[in-house]
Ligand binder design. Structure first.
Ligand code: ADP
Ligand code: ZN
Length: 740
């Protein structure tokens, strides 16, 4: 009898079962040992069901132990079963272990990034096709005659399509099936068509050709390596890395293209299809569960060769990954800021190393980290300094708002309005850029000075007229905008302070009546499909004026857009974040780079109160090298990444005093630690920049050290030495925080 023993029987037959270590997607670091019946033939990576306490949970076999260890492990429970789902390949498991070690997140929590629950989906209703059997019905009604006529010439048709074509109800068709005149079978999904590397190659410019050749060679080498593709907006970086993808396809390898935003993915899919004949698989939070399951299977089997997606695509079970591309590599959206705090660009590089394949990072404004890696020769560096097709970079100028302020309660200065008029007169498009969602960042009472604050966060509520609400941008708290001030009761005394895109749109409508305009902001766009339609409509020229937040700043190609007006170029500079200058520079470079990508030359106008700020000077003079050199110098002097390492430890809890006390205990534990390398600096605790979020009071420690110091080892020791946090308190570690 070779049936496995039930799990509640601890007399497992020695030599028959093996022991496996299983990782469950719970917020725990350890693996658990189980007995596995030999007929399950479990291997590392297999997805299994295990008894866990009083329930049954899903898990992944992390290791298979040698059978010798069995006799002494009689109390082990037994694996309940194995899922018929693609196993997690070695490379992916290694990546997950690596991320857990690096981010200090429990391994089980990291596993959640990669694990899908195969049992969660309801069974799919089979799609049924019908075909004629050749038998003629004994009773031939007109309806039945129409069905047979509609089916003539088709090998098979879906039942529904046939009913529609014949204009009959399904009952008629079912009657014919019952009589044996039609037969049914399940329509099978055809395997996805393979992208064709030679479908429609572009004719590359000389610069592109050289860059593509170098990248192709790096891919074909099949060794780990990283190349930074630094090309100005419109230089054709995509066309260049398409050649790298083509090379991977010719070699029979898979490629992953990562994008920071869904909105960018949509446009990419079409460009990819034009180049390779078919669309790549698309992976992000908007993809349906059924489709996710198919992609998982296809990526694991190798049927799917190219995936384009958000950061989570990094955790797909690729079986022969041969190329990773991170587009817009400088984007902060690559950093996940909750749960496991990982940076998808950096982890893409790690996966490339694990899979021994090439990684390409593309950007017009590379991050300081990647730039330094390229400077020091750790990364290859390909540059595309010119736009494709003799197109000029947009002409940049600044308007000094101190000298030419718009009238009170308005945000567009006269010269910018004039420039927009000229643009519209030439039948071209103008974009007004303001990175503030909603109507006004602050609402206050003119009578008593009351400000609307979020009850859960230390932040102002932002007025959204379109949605008729006051909304917190940190926790989503929403309340109706009252007519009277809740503090003093004065009616009609509430006034908006400062601009948001909705308010800007109002001003634009007043200035340019009758000109078709569209406001694009992530909270207005209804889902990715709608956003895609709107972006297509903009690209097709249906709108003459675009008012937008950072949603429109990057990646998009609007051929008729020739004027970009940055309404408030200073927005990102006053945040106190040491990366503020770099961020602002990147953002302004990206958004101004939307202008003049078509045949007509473009211009961009920055409205600023600080035309002499190094960021503005660098943009206006086009001397970005100088700006970056200074930023890099400042980073080096401060010992910040990539020259030094930094981690934030955040203690958050509902009680302010308890949170602060625990943060102090952590700081004491840190100061008491022997610092082997002698270079670890512990700062704080201090209130986190956002002191209260979702009702949780937040205190922060910063730990700084040199590049080669074992920061994680130090943090782990500190966390182990500190007292356990109280029940509702959370301690989060953020290695390489993006803002500090
Ligand atoms: P980037 O990503 O560097 O901003 P893109 O790859 O989006 O640039 O290219 C900008 C525009 O120029 C796109 O419309 C693209 O189709 C076009 N383009 C770039 N290179 C070529 C080429 N070799 N042949 C034809 N069109 C090109
Ligand atoms: Zn809030």
């Amino acid at each position: 009898d070779r049936k496995p023993k039930p799990s509640d029987d601890d007399g497992a037959p020695a030599g028959a079962a093996i022991i496996v270590d299983v990782l469950a997607p719970l917020a725990l670091d350890m693996v658990w040992s189980y007995l596995a019946p030999p007929e399950l033939a479990l291997a590392a990576g297999d997805i299994v069901r295990i008894p866990f306490g009083s329930r049954e949970v899903i898990g992944v076999v992390w290791a298979v132990r040698s059978p010798g260890a069995i006799a002494s492990d009689r109390k082990l429970k037994t694996v309940s079963g194995k899922y018929d789902a693609p196993p997690l390949p070695d490379g992916l498991r290694t990546l997950l272990d690596w991320i857990a070690r690096y981010t200090l997140a429990p391994r089980g929590q990291v596993l959640r990034l990669a694990l899908r629950h195969p049992e969660k989906l309801p069974p799919e209703a089979p799609r049924v096709a019908v075909a004629a059997t050749g038998k003629l019905p004994a009773r031939l009604t007109p309806a039945r005659r129409r069905v047979l006529a509609a089916l003539a010439g088709h090998r098979e048709m879906s039942r529904k399509a046939l009913a529609e074509a014949a204009e009959v109800s399904l009952t008629v068709i079912n009657g014919l099936i019952d009589d044996g005149c039609l037969e049914t079978h399940v329509l099978l999904d055809a395997p996805p068509l393979a992208p064709d590397p030679d479908f429609a190659p572009a004719t590359l410019s000389d610069g592109q050709t050289a860059a593509a050749a170098s990248l192709r060679a790096a891919v074909a080498d099949r060794q780990f390596g990283v190349t930074l593709i630094e090309g100005v907006t419109g230089s054709g970086k995509t066309e260049v890395y398409f050649e790298a993808i083509a090379e991977a396809l010719r070699q029979g390898w898979q490629a992953l293209v990562m994008m920071p935003e869904i909105a960018l993915t949509a446009q990419f899919l079409d460009r990819f299809a034009a180049r390779f004949g078919v669309r790549p698989a698309e992976w992000h939070s908007g993809v349906s569960p059924r489709q996710r399951e198919r992609i998982h299977a296809g990526v694991a089997s190798g049927d799917i060769q190219v995936v384009a997606g958000a950061r989570s695509a990094l955790f797909l079970p690729f079986s022969k990954l041969g190329l990773l591309i991170v587009d817009e590599e400088h984007e902060t959206a690559y950093k996940q800021e909750d749960g496991v705090h990982y940076h998808a660009r950096d982890m893409a590089v790690v996966r490339g190393r694990i899979e021994s394949c090439h990684v390409a990072l593309a950007s017009a404004t590379p991050s300081i980290e990647s730039r330094v890696n390229a400077m020091r020769g750790r990364y290859g560096h390909l540059r595309l300094p010119e736009r494709y097709g003799q197109r000029a970079m947009p002409r940049l100028s600044a308007i000094d708002l101190r000298k030419q302020p718009p009238p009170k309660g308005r945000w567009l200065s006269e010269p910018l309005i004039e420039a927009a008029r000229e643009t519209l007169a030439r039948d071209e498009q103008a974009l007004f850029y303001l990175n503030r969602r909603g109507y006004a960042p602050l609402t206050l009472c003119r009578s008593c000075g009351h400000r609307f604050q979020c009850p859960n966060c230390s932040a102002s509520l932002v007025e959204h007229r379109f949605r008729r609400a006051l909304i917190c941008h940190h926790c989503g708290h929403t309340e109706r905008r009252p007519d009277a001030c809740p503090a003093c009761g004065e009616v009609d005394a509430l006034v908006p302070a400062g601009p948001g895109v909705e308010r800007l749109a109002e001003e634009v409508a007043g200035l340019f009546p009758g000109v078709p305009a569209i406001t694009l902001s992530s909270d207005l766009a209804g889902g990715s499909e709608r956003m895609r339609k709107e972006l297509d409509a903009v690209a097709a020229g249906e709108f003459r004026i675009i008012i937008g937040t950072q949603l429109v700043a990057k990646g998009h190609n609007f051929p008729r857009l020739t004027l970009v007006g940055v309404v408030d170029a200073d927005v990102g500079l006053a945040t106190g974040d040491p990366r503020g200058a770099e961020r602002t520079f990147q953002m302004l470079q990206q958004v101004t780079g939307r202008a003049g990508r078509g045949d007509a030359p473009g211009r961009a106008i920055l409205q600023t109160h600080q035309p002499d700020h190094p960021v503005m000077m660098a943009l206006l003079s086009g001397q970005s090298e100088q700006f970056y050199a200074e930023e890099i110098g400042a980073r080096e002097a401060a010992g910040l990444a990539p020259f030094g390492r930094l981690a934030a430890v955040i203690v958050a809890g509902p009680d302010r005093h308890a949170a602060e006390t625990h943060a102090q205990a952590l700081a004491r534990a840190a100061h008491a630690m022997p610092d082997v390398s002698g270079d670890i600096i512990v700062l704080g605790p201090a209130e986190a920049p956002l002191a209260i979020v979702r009702g949780m009071h937040r205190f922060r420690l910063l730990v700084k050290c040199a590049r080669h110091t074992d920061l994680q080892g130090f943090l782990r020791a500190v966390l182990a030495a500190a007292p356990n946090p109280a029940a509702r308190m959370r301690v989060t570690v953020d290695v390489d925080p993006q803002s500090f």
